[in-house]
Design a protein around this ligand. Structure first.
Ligand SMILES: Nc1ncnc2c1ncn2[C@@H]1O[C@H](C[S@+](CC[C@H]([NH3+])C(=O)[O-])CC(=O)[O-])[C@@H](O)[C@H]1O
Ligand SMILES: O=C(O)C(=O)Cc1ccccc1
Length: 255
């Protein structure tokens, strides 16, 4: 298998019919370039995940990376934390992603205890975890499945554990949302995507990537029992939140 990553050219030519976006071989082959040019703050969020884990992950604790794609979250944690600091399970539905993630992690951080499994994060069995990361994954689930999944994740988090949720978001005010979407398209244009690529990708993501508002995310997480929810990052219509599960009787949120 090749480690090469290609430039994202999936939507460069006009298509008679734009098929729904899926995480297939074609997307896997250009995924690092696609996320870097399409997700504002992607690299900054990954860099900060290591810092947040240093602060909030219990030493030796277990981490889930749900919708791990090519394993970028595991790589980011391994870059800051030694092998004894954590074990990590990455889960992804796409066999092509899983195959490539395994190869990358085996060559980049062989000492770290990271395993990648193919599966559906809505139905797998979970074990207790100290840190759970959903880095731009919840947005791809049927909205009707989101509460149940996050409820299960809350129940498997240890007291004092944290959930980090990064998402594309929609602003509740229509004019604000329109401005954010336009500037997001400017961001993509500045990163080399053409108007045709932007509009065909938008069509491909309809009914596939369904963003919630920050208010919906906060209300959902608070309603499930998280003690505190903070939006620690926002760049245009992309944001990352951290949610804390209380430590009964203890001082909350200590490392
Ligand atoms: N039900 C599901 N179960 C498991 N995986 C799923 C499911 N639905 C979608 N996926 C997977 O979720 C991932 C979303 S990408 C995450 C980026 C990564 N976190 C990163 O930090 O680079 C985000 C993006 O491409 O915008 C894909 O690999 C899907 O196969
Ligand atoms: O929301 C978009 O328009 C994107 O392009 C984000 C994105 C990035 C990578 C895969 C799918 C969606």
């Amino acid at each position: 298998m090749s480690d090469a990553s290609y430039r994202d050219a999936i939507f460069t030519t006009p298509l008679d019919r734009v098929a729904s976006f899926s995480f297939d071989e074609q997307v896997v082959a250009c995924f690092p370039d696609m996320v870097r040019r399409s997700i504002p703050g992607y690299g900054q969020i990954l860099g900060m995940l290591g810092v947040l884990a240093e602060r909030h992950l219990r030493h030796g604790g277990h981490v889930y990376d749900l919708g791990c794609s090519l394993g970028a979250v595991g790589l980011a944690l391994a870059a800051r934390l030694p092998p004894e600091a954590f074990t990590l399970t990455g889960i992804d539905l796409s066999p092509a992603m899983v195959e490539r993630a395994r190869a990358t992690l085996a060559s980049e951080c062989p000492e770290h205890r990271i395993i990648i499994e193919q599966g559906d994060i809505r139905t797998i069995d979970y074990r207790p975890a100290s840190l759970i990361v959903l880095n731009f994954t919840l947005q791809f689930l049927d909205p009707a499945d989101r509460d149940a999944l996050l409820g299960r994740l809350y129940s498997v988090l240890e007291p004092g554990g944290v959930l980090i949720l990064s998402e594309k978001i929609v602003a509740e005010d229509e004019a604000e949302n329109a401005w954010l979407v336009e500037r997001y398209h400017d961001f993509k244009r500045a990163n080399g995507y053409s108007d045709l690529e932007i509009s065909q990708k938008r069509t491909a993501l309809e009914n596939v990537l369904r963003p919630d508002s920050l208010a919906t995310h906060h209300a959902r997480l608070a309603g499930l029992g998280f003690e505190r929810v903070t939006t620690w990052f926002q760049y245009l219509n992309f944001a990352s939140m951290i949610a804390f599960k209380a430590r009964p009787g203890g001082h909350p949120h200590d490392a």
